[in-house]
Write a protein that binds this ligand. Structure first.
Ligand code: GDD
Ligand code: MG
Length: 362
């Protein structure tokens, strides 16, 4: 069984952290999103994952050396400066996928606890060309929406319909089971949107089906969604041994620490704090509801609440970082600086003055 993972898009809403890493490599409780996906594929007897990438994503994924769990991982690259969209990469991989069997296509930027075996089974039973995993959300306007008939057939598929006109609250969860006939519906050699160009046509022809599921689903595209998926999965993480916790420091669980984390004296960490590998936290520090990526140093008397802090960042003494702040990799926040709510700092930037309004410092 093969799965194609779409991962050539650009995560604009998670900037500035997405300037330096594709969304598929964002860690969720210290494990890259791609690793969660590969583990789930391996568990469902998929043996080959084809990564539909652009050049930068391919390089970044290879650098990360993610465990493969027995999967054969290959790369199918979009032409340089010519992204193929969400359908084009499927057509491009036609030979590699072959015509012998059904296969899976996954949006790489979402966390979707879909039972792949089940969706494939449903797909085969219905003799569908495509079966889309569907999930219920409150506001479907950012997604593709499906209108279902009684037999799970999708009568209509509309991408990014305004909330008022959306025919249902069942959205495209970004997991598809496809039959080889799908290749006939995707033109060759150009960018194709499967959501705008292919799914509506399949719906019209009566060969598009839905597989509604209730388990965990999250698009990590927005900072608050990213923090939330970390909060949700934090309980499943094991705090690594070899972390050093100083005297009189209080850990308000749940927290998740990766290898070689050290926290000084009299600090209060948690609840809902994820610390990446080699993060060092000083004395009298307060951190809650935040994700801090590997190699970052937080100095004494700092306070961090509801923020996402990148890799190798330096947070100076007596700094205060508020809700919704995102600090890019290798930035330096100097001593006594306050960043109020929703301040974004670009990678490698040095900040020596407080920022008291929400903005992006480039
Ligand atoms: N190789 C390649 N080339 N991959 C691409 C390209 C491209 O040109 N463009 C997008 N992708 C990948 C993205 O990296 C992502 O994993 C997936 O295709 C979907 O693209 P997004 O750009 O993230 O689309 P979206 O989030 O606006 O909407 C899609 O996802 C929703 C669920 O999160 C649609 O499929 C919606 O219908 C769906 O509800
Ligand atoms: Mg997306």
């Amino acid at each position: 069984m093969k799965a194609l993972i779409l991962t050539g898009g650009f995560g604009t809403r998670l900037r500035p952290l997405s300037c330096t890493r594709p969304k598929i490599l964002f860690p969720i409780v210290n494990k890259p999103l791609l690793q969660w996906t590969l583990e789930r594929l391996a568990k469902n007897n998929v043996n080959e994952a084809i990564m539909a990438v652009n050049y930068q994503t391919e390089v970044a994924i290879k650098q990360h050396r993610i465990p493969r769990h027995g999967l054969h991982v290959t790369y199918s690259r979009d032409p340089l400066r010519k992204p193929l969209g969400t359908g084009g990469p499927i057509k491009k991989a036609e030979k590699r996928i072959g015509h012998d069997s059904h296969f899976l296509v996954l949006n790489g930027d979402i966390f979707a606890d879909v039972n792949y075996t089940e969706i494939l089974r449903t797909h085969q039973k219905k003799d569908a060309v495509a079966t889309i995993a569907l999930h219920r959300v409150e506001d479907p306007s950012r997604y593709g929406v499906a209108e279902l008939a009684k037999d799970s057939r999708i009568k209509r598929f509309i991408e990014k319909a305004p909330r008022e006109t959306a025919p249902s609250d069942l959205i495209n969860a970004g997991v598809y089971a496809l039959s080889p006939e799908i290749f006939k519906y995707i033109p060759k050699g150009r960018a194709v949107s499967i959501e705008y160009e292919v799914f509506p046509k399949l719906a019209e022809e009566g060969v598009l089906y839905g597989y509604a599921y209730d388990d965990l689903w999250r698009d990590i595209g927005k900072p608050e969604d990213y923090l939330e998926i970390n909060r949700t999965l934090i309980n499943s993480a094991i705090t690594q041994p070899r972390c050093r916790i100083g005297k009189d420091t209080k850990l308000n669980e749940p927290t998740a620490f990766d290898k070689q984390v050290s926290v000084g004296r009299e600090s209060v960490i948690g609840p809902h704090v994820v610390l990446g590998q080699n993060v060092t936290v000083g004395n009298n520090v307060h951190i809650q509801d935040s994700v801090i990526l590997s190699g970052t140093a937080v100095s004494d008397f700092a306070s961090i609440d509801g923020a996402i802090i990148g890799e190798g960042v330096y947070i100076g003494e007596n700094t205060k970082i508020g809700r919704g702040c995102i600090i890019g990799d290798h930035a330096k926040i100097k001593d006594n600086t306050v960043l109020t709510e929703r301040v974004s700092i670009c990678p490698a930037k040095e900040i020596s003055e407080s920022v008291l309004t929400s903005k992006c410092i480039t």
